[in-house]
Design a protein. Structure first.
Length: 402
């Protein structure tokens, strides 16, 4: 696999798209908050995933945008960010840390620099709901009389439609996830710990250039499957159990959602094989329902009715389709009551999952797709083939098992 990149020219195009949103909202400038956990909205404009310090992007309607943060991460930010005008701002410093020799500015100072002679009456904010309370208070105190306009939803819905460059980067993340699953499979056997399984998967993905993870890797066997999102543990897997292996590798900030459920024992019992085959069937019928123009509730009804007819209705506790991008799980959502409409170049995950089952406890299959005019196209054919092979006794899921 050749690692793809987002061209720098695309970041310039994104800034102009965001400025169109700003004009529609009648704001004078926009502040896009980001930190190590909530990195998506800032990364969309910069390609920079914050480390150590929080910060954000300050975008005026005219002129150069500024990347705001603290001084410690600035050298790395300069290495990777598409926005090269960096400013260290007091509200983003690590509390009580000292930086001798660093130039530290205040928020009003950087705003005055960005806007020049233009007045600041309305400031758009993206990420208002996730920024620390102390930062929000500091911003209001530093900017008395300025009206703050939360533009988070409009911004996140806008960036849900992906460019071909973004889709290529996401394909790489999903392919790396498929390789991670394949690396984990030989370690799925009685007596092996869940940590051993996730270690094999993550080591393989790191070797392929994965930047990090959207969440801690999940490996859960037996009754731990009821945990819905259970990170790996020291539990030893036992014959007769199922085990969930799932993770969200990120490449260039873009996330994949990858999960499969296996029988710990090999070969699986007939009951286990039937159950896993039903999950694979549900993945397939959901994929075939992904058509542009369909509403979320129409799509969700297809796998929900399919699995309910097989007796699994009481254990279907989640929606089956969600958007994936710079976060593994982001707007828009396509749950059982969703009026959101599927559009071309949306990237989504199909997540066939159930929890609370009296025999198997829980299970999850997850793979990614890009929506085209004709329907859904897998972001990793290798991953889709692996998951659908659960219906065959000699499928990819069995390679390396003994």
């Amino acid at each position: 696999m050749i690692p793809p990149e987002i061209p720098r020219s695309e970041y310039t195009e994104r800034i102009e798209k965001v400025r169109r949103l700003m004009r529609a909202a009648q704001v004078d400038a926009l502040f896009v908050y980001h930190d190590d956990l909530n990195m998506a909205n800032g990364c969309y404009l910069t390609g920079y995933w914050p480390i150590i310090e929080s910060g954000g992007v300050l975008l005026p309607l005219e002129g150069e945008p500024l990347l705001l943060g603290g001084p410690e991460a600035a050298p790395y930010a300069r290495e990777v960010s598409a926005i090269q005008n960096l400013r260290a701002v007091d509200v983003f410093l690590v509390p009580e840390e000292e930086y001798p020799g660093a130039v530290i500015q205040t928020l009003p100072e950087v705003l005055a620099e960005a806007l020049g002679d233009r007045p600041l009456r309305r400031l758009g904010v993206v990420g208002y709901g996730v920024m620390p309370h102390g930062l929000a208070v500091a911003m209001h105190e530093a900017l008395p009389g300025v009206e703050f306009v939360d533009m988070t939803r409009e911004y996140e819905v806008m960036r849900a439609i992906k460019s071909e460059a973004e889709i290529a980067v996401m394909r790489y993340a999903f392919e790396a996830g498929a390789e991670g699953l394949k690396a984990a499979i030989p370690h799925i056997r009685p007596g092996t710990t869940e940590f051993t399984v996730i270690g094999a998967a993550e080591g393989r993905m790191r070797a392929l250039g994965i930047d990090g993870w959207n969440f801690r890797g999940m490996v859960a066997s037996g009754v731990r499957l009821n945990g819905v999102v259970p990170p790996a543990s020291f539990k030893q897997m036992q014959a007769g159990e199922l085990v969930l292996v799932g993770f969200s590798p990120k490449y260039r900030g873009y996330a994949a959602g990858v999960a499969c459920t296996f029988a710990v024992n090999h070969p699986p019992t007939s009951e286990q094989a039937t159950f896993l085959g039903h999950l694979a069937d549900a993945l397939e019928v959901t994929r075939d329902a992904l058509k542009p123009g369909k509403k979320g509730k129409e799509i969700d009804a297809v796998p929900r009715e399919f699995l309910s007819r097989l007796g699994y209705g009481p254990y279907l506790t989640m929606g089956f389709v969600h958007t994936v991008g710079l976060n593994e799980f982001e707007r828009p959502f396509f749950g059982p009551n969703s009026e959101e409409v599927l559009q071309p170049n949306l990237t989504v995950c199909i997540d066939v999952s159930m929890f609370g089952h009296p025999v198997f406890h829980g299970a999850r299959l997850e793979a990614g797709y890009v929506i085209r005019e004709h329907g859904a196209e897998p972001l990793s054919r290798n991953l889709e083939e692996l998951l659908l092979s659960l219906r065959r006794p000699d499928g990819i899921w069995s390679v390396g098992r003994s």
